[in-house]
Design a protein around this ligand. Structure first.
Ligand SMILES: Nc1nc2c(ncn2[C@@H]2O[C@H](COP(=O)(O)OP(=O)(O)O)[C@@H](O)[C@H]2O)c(=O)[nH]1
Ligand SMILES: [Mg+2]
Ligand SMILES: [Zn+2]
Length: 316
């Protein structure tokens, strides 16, 4: 009996029931093997963009143009997920196996939002990806010192902070170096310059515009088409449309503090082992904020995220 040889590749985009798999520099349109569509299988087990898959290559395309069939999905090293409307548990996996989340903020237009950086850092940490803070539109400000002071806590935590301008082309080499041979995703509010940065990093990339689709008529930000582009200098980059509701997804109240890197030295030293660092007495985190060793901005972000996590969620 002859064994069917399987090829391996990365899912780079999904359109309806067609999965585009990049394999050895070639894009192969694949369909899904029937068992993926069994009703009792949770959605999370369906392939997402970034998944490493084994597929059976074919020669003639089927009626939807697919020449391959995805047979299995490899275990994921990381998961990029978002939740829907705040308070509602609506965990949606957008991408898999991404190495880093490039959090793009701008100096102005729109103004720098530290809270959003903190939320995205938690999402990255919880999903197993390295967060990178990328401050774009440096050409728009004069007072760089004030900006650097605001971002100092992140550098102190050993996060990479990049200052750049897609318009002027400054800082791009640093970003390229960080992205090389890795899978990265650009996140951030609409208008911070994510698409401009991706285009500046590799001008010949065919970026799909109108990434937010409204074909279903279900509202402007319900459908997100996330896809990965292969970079000439090695690696993959995914652009995202402005994610308005970037809720922290699938993180419990108990677990949240562990995703605040700067809190870690204090965890386990509070009076109560179950301390959530909010209302409890003799809390080491709160004391550190009072003493000025922990950033008050970061603590405020923590409290806001904590409040946004529903009580119905599991207390792991
Ligand atoms: N001044 C300035 N404007 C920029 C820069 N990068 C992007 N923009 C502008 O900001 C707007 C939003 O950019 P876009 O890339 O679409 O943002 P996205 O929504 O994050 O993808 C556009 O008008 C860009 O021309 C920059 O470095 N400096
Ligand atoms: Mg964009
Ligand atoms: Zn505490």
């Amino acid at each position: 009996m002859s064994e069917v040889l399987l090829s391996r590749g990365v899912v780079t985009r999904i359109r309806g029931s067609i999965y585009v798999v990049s394999s050895g520099g070639v894009n192969v349109k694949c369909s899904l093997r029937g068992r993926f569509r069994l009703r009792d299988r949770p959605d999370e087990l369906l392939p997402v963009v970034g998944d490493n898959v084994d597929f059976r290559p074919g020669s003639s395309p089927d009626d939807r143009g697919a020449t391959g069939m995805i047979m299995s999905v490899h275990p994921r090293s990381s998961v990029f997920a978002r939740s829907g409307l705040s308070g509602k548990m609506d965990h949606k996996v957008i991408g898999a196996n991404l190495d880093q989340v490039i959090i793009v903020v701008s100096t102005k237009k729109p103004t720098l939002k530290l809270r959003l950086i903190d939320r995205m850092i938690v999402a990255a940490e919880a999903g197993g990806m390295e967060p990178v803070v990328c401050v774009n539109k440096m050409d728009l400000i004069g007072d760089v010192d004030c900006l650097r002071r605001q971002l100092a806590p992140y550098e102190k935590m050993q996060y990479k902070v990049i200052f750049c301008s897609a318009l002027r082309g400054t800082g791009l080499d640093v970003i390229r170096e960080l992205m090389r041979f890795k899978s990265s995703i650009m996140v951030g509010s609409s208008g911070t310059g994510k698409t401009s940065l991706v285009a500046a990093l590799q001008p010949d990339l065919k970026l799909v515009t109108g990434a937010v689709s409204d074909k279903t008529g279900k509202g402007r930000h319900t459908t997100t088409h996330f896809e990965l582009h292969e970079l000439d200098f090695g690696g993959y980059i995914g652009d995202t449309p402005g994610i308005r509701e970037f809720g922290v997804s699938d993180v419990s109240k108990r677990e949240l503090a562990t995703h605040f890197r700067d809190f870690r030295p204090y965890l386990g030293t509070c009076r109560f082992s179950t301390c959530t660092h909010s209302h409890e007495p003799d809390c080491s985190v709160k004391e550190a904020v009072e003493e000025g060793t922990l950033s008050r901005d970061r603590y405020e972000s923590y409290i806001r995220i904590l409040d946004s996590i529903g009580d119905q969620q599991k207390n792991r």
